[in-house]
Design a protein around this ligand. Structure first.
Ligand code: GUN
Length: 293
């Protein structure tokens, strides 16, 4: 069994990005610039956004953090988005989700210029992904594709079972892994809450991608020997022995499933750390106009 170390891989990729940024700057090229917009004071969102800004600084990007009160109107937010769309120095930006209830997230996502949508949430980027055109991949799928590629995990001809059909993980992963590409060529089964017998599907899987948000859902009896397991879940379960009163577990029962796996991602320290790396890679690509010219 090989543990896929997302923390270490993210560190390696960030170091590679830092080298590329230094070379780009030394050659008189542009310093990549990422902006993040945070509306309200949700503590989890504050941590995520802060980590994104720190990551930018570490690799030599410029970053701009725009913090607005929870009472910000949709109109005001759309005006900020329009300004970021116009600002030529900004290569990419994100509007941290979730937004306060009175703001329509879809309207905001649609207002972001696709060439600056480094989250890869705009339908234009999703459509380009589905067609195999240059695009910004969303953070989690991009991170998973990097893990599969850099650990040289064979995907061609393999049966991949995905648990969960969300717009940001399950559905894009089903598209990416079925594509004719170096990491791809899988036969994909996309399972969800209406799937009749999930165990029947997972037992046949060479690769399982679990993204349903149910702690320890995948157990040893549900997988075959040698399976590759990518666990996207980040679930809090009560744990009185921890100072903060909880611990994080994935959608896969790691203790049970790891001994039967050929490769497996832990939680924490697996897919999670890879997501910021994806955002940095998208921003670097944008600064080079690699995707939209
Ligand atoms: N909230 C949780 N994850 C994300 C993400 O990847 N991008 C944005 N914009 N908001 C999020």
């Amino acid at each position: 069994m090989i543990k896929i170390d997302g923390k270490e891989l993210a560190k390696t990729i960030k170091a590679e990005i830092a080298v590329e940024v230094a070379a780009q700057k030394a050659a008189g090229g542009k310093t990549p610039h990422l902006a993040a917009v945070l509306v309200g004071a949700d503590p989890a969102s504050q941590v995520y956004v802060r980590n994104k800004v720190i990551a930018c600084e570490k690799v030599g990007f410029t970053s701009t953090l725009i913090e607005k009160e929870a009472s910000t109107t949709e109109e005001e937010l759309l005006a900020i988005v329009a300004e970021l769309n116009r600002d030529e120095d900004i290569d990419g930006f994100i509007v941290q989700l979730p937004l306060p209830k009175h703001i329509n997230e879809e309207a905001v996502t649609l207002a972001i210029k696709p060439s600056k949508d480094v989250d890869g949430f705009h339908p234009i980027n999703f459509g380009r992904m589905a067609l195999g055109l240059p695009c910004y991949l969303p953070a989690t799928p991009f991170g998973i594709m990097q893990m599969l590629e850099r650990y040289n995990i064979e995907t061609s001809g393999k049966h991949c079972v995905i648990l969960g059909r969300s717009n940001i993980v399950g559905t894009p992963m089903s598209v990416l892994l079925s594509r004719k590409a170096k990491v791809g060529n899988c036969t994909v089964t996309l399972t969800h809450s209406r799937t009749q017998n999930i165990k029947e599907e997972t037992k046949r899987a060479d690769i399982i991608i679990a993204a349903i948000g149910i702690p320890n859902f995948v157990t040893a009896d549900m997988v075959k020997e040698g399976v590759v397991v990518i666990d996207v879940g980040i679930n809090r379960v009560d744990d009185a022995s921890r100072k903060r009163g909880y611990r994080l577990v994935g959608d896969v029962d790691y203790e049970q499933v790891a001994p039967k796996s050929s490769y497996i991602t832990p939680v924490p320290g697996g897919v999670g750390p890879m997501t910021i790396t994806s955002l940095l890679m998208n921003t670097l690509k944008s600064s080079r106009r690699e995707v939209y010219g």
